[in-house]
Design a binder for this molecule. Sequence first.
Ligand code: TPP
Length: 504
Amino acid sequence: MQQEREIIEQLLEAGCGEFVVCGGARNATLVALLEAGEGIRVWKHFEERGAAFFALGRVKDTGQPCAVVTTSGTAVAECLPAVIEAHYTAKPLIVVSADRPESFRGSGAPQTIEQENLFGDYAATSLETWSGHLPLHLNVSLEETKATAESWPAQLGGFLPDRLPFEVRSLRDFLDDGVFKGLIAMVGGLEDADREDVFYFLKDLGVPVIADVTSGIREVLGDLIIPESALRGNLPGRILRIGEVPIGRLWRDLEDASTEVLSICRNGLPGLARESKIIHAEPGRVIRGLGPVDAVGDVRDDFLKARPLLGRVSELLEACPDSEPGLVSLLSVYATTGEGLFLGNSLPIREWNDFAQRETPYARVMANRGANGIDGQISTWLGTTAEIEDAWGIFGDLTTLYDLAAPGMFSQIETKGRILVVINNGGGQIFERLPRLDDLTEVQKAAVVQPQEMKLQAWAEMWDMDYHKITRREDFDDLEGGEKTLLVELIPNATQTKEFWERL
Ligand SMILES: Cc1ncc(C[n+]2csc(CCOP(=O)(O)OP(=O)(O)O)c2C)c(N)n1
């Protein structure tokens, strides 16, 4: 008991006041003590993979650490995907795993696995030397003594991550000496804290911008925005990337291009396997440090031919209204009424990026783009929006199948106005359009696409969600959230979707 209390107090002191507990025999005292701690925020989950992603969502929402508490054995290993995601997005996700006493290690005794350092390079293992910018794994060997816990007052300390280095010179050098020629900015996902600084900087600079929806500023940059298709075969000399790795194809194409790239990002990773420059810092802080910048002038004319491309997309969206891009485009208008928007990986985030409305910004737009996994998406969304009404989340069908237990959290979170949209296009449709797979036989391709036939309405019933099906534009008319989560199954018209892509 003493040992369990100590570890909780150390975490509280380090600023971790939220815990997602997955109960078991070995961690029962830990769980009970957390429940008994006055002022500790405790979430309960029965499934560790979802719990870890939910905890990651809490970190994303609050900017503070959140710990998932597991029992021993494979329960700990279930946290690996979320830890990896947290690693690549530099988030303070903590895993506290109860382990059997040291003498059991290597014995093969029940529920005994090698838990020490299970997450390898993805997590720090000492609270004393933890930077606060990465996940932390604390593995505690515990005896199975009788579990008891009495109410106790918890003292929460402040979360004080190490400061990232401050670096402005590389950015100034990159922008100086007439290098504006051919400069484009690419903005990936941004934290709330960075958005305003990045917005004003880009407005002042006046260069063309490719901004992801997860930047939160795509809808307010007006004429500066160009579609990335404008750069196909017309790559600029320099790209300034700000924030997370951009979503679109263009970033991958840069791998083989001679374009000079400077990235300013919080995880300190270049996002390209070839040579490029990097500033490992909070983008907003670097930009504030740079001070005022001069507008670049008319370089943008090079890219003005890009604007008709946007017009052409609008025409096609009108011509194929019930195609997947058509329905996503209309959905994007409805989602502006929400208080939060979470975009699942694969096509939802890509199609949103390319075809969503560009006039009204979204509140608190988020995604998991660290490792691009399709797992744990709904759980992360529930974590990021646990306390807000009118939260919207958009997910693919296979992505949804990964996280069917996520709604187990509904009873602990806000569900009023919550809209869970599943784009049910029959499997991993992203693979249908991969040119690399064109020569596969139907059977071979199906093994990649994995079409599934499932009745989502039954899933809605299972977790007491309201249900609404959309197969055409008109079905949006009576789309309205209520007290319970509303599951919206959006089934695009496959013929129109095919036509859309063929004509684009
Ligand atoms: C955990 C994980 N497994 C596999 C993949 C590879 N993958 C990327 S997209 C995708 C298909 C996603 O299908 P769905 O959720 O239906 O979305 P759609 O492609 O139809 O938009 C898969 C399997 C991944 N990114 N993450």
